[in-house]
Write a protein that binds this ligand. Structure first.
Ligand code: M6R
Length: 364
């Protein structure tokens, strides 16, 4: 059942090229996105004035990427909330609000309650879920299915990355309808998306490097992830993944915020994982790496291929294949998943069933 892998998590990490292809290929027709059966007509899309993305845990981290993607492509304002907070903060929900709920299982209690509250207040609800016929899928007005296939490990991997693919498709679909981007932009982005599966394969081929870094970091009790923009969104998920299965305390920080407090915690030997795939922000993140190094941090730097200068500063470097800036989270996720996996393994933990956690959280 584990297909020759030692754990479900590792199997699911390695299934991602297939999962990406299955999630995107039925929705790409030549140079355009098609979302058959979703029911988002041009009139509906033109009527949307604001978007709320609501989810828990890893799904909410996919939502952070989704916010950037949709805002950049459509210029419609997007807010993100964790579902356990959403309905208690009296959110402003109007009939021209689209509420996007994101849930692998489609059964998470808080997410389902948020969906019901949004509908009660008259919003249109779109669900991004991995499970056909789940409660969330049944109750939403529109559904985009991720095609990750069953996910067994408690730590979500392929479900998260296919949620990202769903957001790229949705953002492009809305943008091509609203004409907020050119047809050439849509075509270029789709071409780049179609290269992601083989780029993920290339990253899976570098698993040994993540295993080596995991050996170095396994005895630490504290660790930091830093990044800016979409890299920040990506490290928030990387940090949760590591915490959840390694039990190492870890924090994800917007790199520019370090000076405002966190730098006090960086001492000799503190591991820092710095993600710097956003070209426009590379130099700024690099200077944050220099700052933490000066305080004794041991840095794993991750950047796009070609940025060899990173190797002069970081202790270990991983280069990821070039893609469009918007798409890098779908690549950066993979080494961060592998790092979490190998760290958990090195610490002798139950990788697939971490303590205190359940795969599906059906109580509030
Ligand atoms: O099934 P859902 O996507 O609604 O689950 C939400 C969270 O419980 C889930 O993502 C959780 O954070 C994972 N264990 C993270 O790996």
């Amino acid at each position: 059942e584990k297909g020759g892998y030692e754990h479900f998590m590792l199997k699911e990490i390695f299934e991602q090229p297939r999962a990406y292809r299955d999630t995107m290929s039925p929705r790409i027709d030549g140079n355009r996105v098609v979302l058959p059966d979703v029911g988002l007509t041009a009139d509906i899309i033109r009527g949307i004035r604001r978007i709320h993305i609501v989810a828990c845990g890893t799904a909410s981290h996919a939502g952070l990427v989704g916010k950037s993607v949709i805002e950049q492509l459509t210029r419609i304002p997007v807010e993100t909330d964790v579902a356990s907070e959403y309905r208690y903060r009296d959110p402003i929900i109007t009939s021209d609000t689209l509420v996007i709920v994101v849930s692998q299982s489609g059964e998470t209690a808080d997410t389902l309650a948020a969906l019901r509250e949004a509908k009660r207040q008259g919003a249109r609800v779109l669900a991004v879920t991995n499970v056909v016929g789940s409660s969330v899928a049944r109750e939403a007005d529109h559904v985009i299915l991720t095609m990750a296939g069953p996910e067994i490990a408690v730590a979500s991997t392929k479900a998260y990355t296919t949620m990202l693919i769903a957001f790229y498709l949705l953002g492009l679909y809305m943008a091509q309808t609203l004409e907020t981007v050119t047809p050439a932009y849509v075509a270029d982005t789709l071409a780049a998306m179609q290269k992601l599966p083989e780029q993920v394969e290339a990253l899976l081929g570098k698993a040994d490097l993540m295993k080596k870094v995991a050996e170095q970091f396994k005895t630490t009790e504290n660790l930091f992830f830093i990044g800016r923009g979409l890299d920040y969104a990506a490290v928030v998920e990387g940090s949760l993944k590591l915490k959840e299965i390694s039990y190492i305390h870890s924090e994800a920080y917007a790199a520019g915020e370090l000076k405002h407090g966190t730098l006090a915690l960086i001492t000799e030997g503190t591991p820092v994982i710095a993600l710097a795939t956003q070209e426009a922000l590379f130099e700024k993140t690099l200077s944050n790496i220099v700052e933490v190094k000066a305080r004794g941090a041991v840095v794993l730097g991750i950047a796009n291929e070609g940025h060899t200068e990173l190797s002069k500063t970081a202790n270990e470097t991983l280069y990821i294949p070039r893609t469009l800036p918007l798409l890098t989270p779908a690549l950066a996720a993979v080494p961060l998943q592998l790092l979490a996996y190998y760290t958990s393994l090195a610490r002798g933990n139950d990788v697939d069933k971490p303590r205190n956690l359940a795969k599906s959280v059906t109580v509030e």
